[in-house]
Design a protein around this ligand. Structure first.
Ligand SMILES: Nc1ncnc2c1ncn2[C@@H]1O[C@H](COP(=O)(O)OP(=O)(O)O)[C@@H](O)[C@H]1O
Ligand SMILES: N[C@@H](CCC(=O)OP(=O)(O)O)C(=O)O
Length: 303
């Protein structure tokens, strides 16, 4: 049984009020990682999970919300399709090209699967592939923003991933936790939900430290909290571990967007979160900060 650690609110008020306001969120970005989409034993797609994910997203649309899905999985699905088990950097002449080739195969397959399931719920979905330049270049950013706005007006759910085949993978945005927060800031979302292979943020990696305590709410991302993720690596399938989730939290909360990390083992948590239930770790958006998105993305890997 996990020990829950509830951070006191600044004014001592009940943390429940932060959960209550989740009921009113209108524009929601949901991110799912590769490890959550696959069966861990075989690496094949978990269709049951994908089905529940799509159903939850369509139901959010039916509740009148604007919804974006940021999905990983292109490389993992591509690797499976061309029968590559491991991309070992020391054994490949050009490991990045191998990953990019896998992404080219896998992205199309992944979208095919999503399109099929979204169609079952009579929901139109779109694909948006982004690179660092989509945000840094003013005209690109303006066009991307307008495209999202039009898709929302049309009731379409945009499905986003990094354009791994043209991005220099690992030195551009590189992970979808960060990408999802960037997307949330770009579209002026009011909630970002990261579905992970863990319940939320702990005081330390609970897989390494049995005494790690669960943190229910983070009202202020202190340096101490940011350091909590730095040593982490995450699963063998996932890219960023907790570090990239905390970077995402920094981007989101500085843009006044609430963010939640929740466990993807039961994707039905999505509607429960929107019902104000106490699930996952909630990072509270900060109204007082100004966040310069293009500036941040331009300097991302220099920080
Ligand atoms: N402080 C922490 N709190 C929670 N999980 C942590 C922490 N530090 C490291 N981790 C690890 O990060 C993992 C989640 O990252 P990752 O595997 O990249 O997830 P995903 O593929 O879902 O994005 C957890 O399974 C956990 O082992
Ligand atoms: N863009 C890559 C995923 C990168 C990524 O961040 O993966 P993950 O840590 O599983 O969310 C892909 O689609 O394979």
């Amino acid at each position: 049984m996990e020990t829950r650690k509830v951070k006191e609110t600044k004014d001592g008020a009940d943390v429940k009020r932060f959960r209550e306001r989740l009921k009113d969120k209108k524009k929601i970005v949901v991110k799912i990682g590769s490890s959550s989409l696959q069966h861990s034993e075989t690496g094949d797609l978990d269709y049951t999970k994908l089905d529940v994910l799509v159903r939850e997203l369509c139901d959010m649309r039916n509740r009148g919300k604007d919804v974006v899905l940021v999905t990983s999985g292109a490389i993992a699905v591509g690797k499976k399709a061309v029968n590559i088990k491991d991309i070992k950097h020391e054994e490949e002449d050009n490991p990045i090209a191998v990953k990019q080739a896998c992404a080219a195969v896998g992205q199309a397959r992944l979208m095919m699967t999503y399109q099929k399931i979204f169609a079952e719920y009579n929901q139109v979905a779109a694909q948006i592939l982004m690179t660092k330049n989509t945000i840094v270049d003013n005209l690109n950013r303006y066009n991307a923003h307008n495209t999202f706005s039009e898709l929302f007006k049309l009731g379409v759910i945009p499905i986003v991933n990094e354009n791994d085949t043209v991005a220099t993978y690992e030195i551009e945005i590189g992970d979808n936790d960060t990408l999802s927060a960037i997307v949330a800031a770009l579209v002026d979302a009011d909630l970002l939900i990261l579905l992970s292979d863990i319940d939320g943020l702990y005081t330390d990696d609970p897989r390494q430290n049995k005494n790690a305590q669960f943190i229910e709410v983070v009202e202020e991302l202190t340096d101490e909290l940011m350091d909590m993720g730095k040593a982490s690596t995450g699963s063998s399938v996932g890219t960023g571990g907790m570090n990239t989730k905390l970077i995402a939290a920094k981007i989101a909360t500085s843009s006044n967007i609430d963010m939640i990390i929740a466990n993807s083992k039961d994707i039905k948590v999505l509607h429960r979160i929107l019902d104000g239930k106490n699930i996952g770790t909630l990072f509270v958006g900060n109204k007082e900060t100004y966040f310069d998105l293009p500036e941040f993305v331009a300097n991302m890997h220099n920080n």
